[in-house]
Design a protein around this ligand. Structure first.
Ligand code: ZN
Ligand code: ZN
Length: 455
């Protein structure tokens, strides 16, 4: 729950934590503003009515809070409850913290609850019990005068949180960071950091401990794929009309893997991992953290990389045997399309060595040299496609053009009695160094055949 109260002349005092009562259910429910999606502060006014307030901000709001439960707001705009940073990373827990605002003829109780969103810097300050440093940071960032009554109130609240801080912290998974590209050659390090996060002590609401361990094990034993920007675009395009597709383990480029797209695909998701298990394929999607536009401070970036890494898990699904993926499955549909595009060799998959420093680190710990498979578009599909638009291939091309794919129901199985939707792959035609025509779509009526699979 957000704690920053707006500067005011009411002198608030904090109840000692021991005296605080457990807040009623309404207060424990996190509320957000429907209009600006910010998490709201809750309090009781002088008449005992439950009220909601926008969190403090440098500029004033152009609307009144319109409170709805935060779970009902898509893309809730969290901020650090200590310094208002827009990219909190952890949720910290404390004893109940309340502030009593006493006016001349009225008073109100501001209830700040027991959970606090914190940016990486404030997380580390709070965990190191540096309450005064927390307040200094908040006052500086909010450009508040200090000492003032408001700054003193914040100081008291911070002391209350730090004094009753519970052990541990929970990773926030609903914060959207600006995208930062990760190079293919750094992927082994990204994977290792993710493994450490999954097997580490930080709590995650999304995954159970056992699941985390299994996912970490499959990451370590899996293959690494970096999908370049053109191939990412292609997979996104193919995913938009993906019909119900059932995938088996042999459709995957590897039984276990981590795949990183050059750009976020759906809902900020930029990576996915999968593990083939007895129950089916366990898929986790990830968003990036630490985008350079989000953290201006180099030390904070370094702390984030050490404490969290590059990727945070944001959704999780077990795809049971026979379960279909369709175009409505968001990032999962893009993952399925990417797998199919890799399997059907629309792209080329080339091995690249990891960064030298990463290879050295692997050598030191006697691990085999890590390898990354870079997935990119072929400049031209050499064989296997026939065109029905006569003459087109002979025209000189200053640009590469998308030849769009299409879905085809294909017989397979014993006696070819079963039907399966197969994507006939899109590809790019034109000189490899030519720019890609942005909006060109040419439909090919016959494409490379996928060998029917015997089952
Ligand atoms: Zn609002
Ligand atoms: Zn902060």
């Amino acid at each position: 729950m957000s704690h920053s109260i707006p500067p005011s002349d009411d002198p608030p005092t904090r109840h000692p934590p021991d005296a605080a009562v457990c807040p009623p259910a309404d207060l424990r429910r996190e509320m957000a503003c429907r209009i600006c999606r910010r998490i709201l502060n809750t309090y009781f006014d002088a008449t005992g009515r439950l009220r909601h307030l926008h969190p403090a901000a440098r500029t004033s709001y152009d609307h009144d809070p319109d409170p709805v439960p935060s779970a009902e707001v898509a893309g809730v705009a969290r901020s650090c409850d200590f310094c208002s940073d827009r990219y909190p990373v952890f949720r910290l827990d404390s004893g109940p913290v309340q502030a009593l605002a006493l006016g001349e003829d009225d008073s109100s109780v501001h209830d700040f609850g027991t959970t606090w969103s914190a940016c990486i810097t404030c997380t580390l300050l709070a965990q190191a019990s540096k309450s005064e440093a927390l307040t200094q940071r908040a006052v500086t960032r909010m450009e508040w005068a200090d000492p003032t009554i408001a700054a003193e109130a914040v100081r008291a609240i911070h002391a209350g949180v730090v004094g009753t801080l519970r052990p541990g912290r929970t990773l926030l998974t609903d914060v959207h960071w600006p995208h930062t590209p990760v190079t293919a050659t750094a992927l082994p390090k990204v994977r290792d950091r993710l493994t450490a996060l999954l097997t580490g002590p930080d709590r995650m609401d999304l995954l159970k401990v056992r699941q985390r361990r299994d996912i970490a094990a499959s990451l370590q034993g899996g293959r690494l794929f970096a999908v370049d920007d053109e191939f990412t675009d292609l997979a996104c395009t193919a995913a938009t009309d993906l019909p119900a597709t059932v995938l088996d383990v042999e459709d995957l480029p590897a039984p276990h893997g981590l795949l990183l797209w050059a750009n976020p695909v759906v809902g900020g998701v930029c990576a996915a991992s999968w593990a083939s298990t007895d129950q089916g394929i366990r898929i986790v999607s990830y968003r990036g953290v630490g985008g350079s536009a989000g953290v201006a401070d180099g030390l904070a970036v370094q702390a984030l990389r050490e404490q969290v890494g590059w990727l945070i898990p944001v959704s999780h699904r077990l795809l049971v045997h026979g379960e279909a993926i369709t175009c409505v499955d968001g990032a999962l549909a893009v993952l399925a399309a990417t797998w199919l595009l890799i399997a059907q060799r629309t792209g080329e998959t080339v091995s690249v060595a990891a960064d030298r420093s990463i290879r050295k680190a692997y050598e030191r710990t006697r691990r085999p040299a890590p390898e990354v498979r870079l997935v990119r578009i072929r400049g031209r599909q050499a064989t296997g496609s026939r065109e029905t638009r006569r003459g087109e291939a002979r025209e000189p091309q200053a640009q590469r053009r998308w030849i769009s794919g299409y879905w085809r129901s294909q017989p397979h199985g014993p006696g070819r009695a079963l039907r399966k939707d197969v994507y006939v792959i899109a590809y790019l035609r034109g000189p490899a160094d030519a720019p890609i025509a942005a909006s060109t779509t040419v439909r090919v009526l016959a494409g490379e055949r996928r060998r029917p699979k015997l089952q």
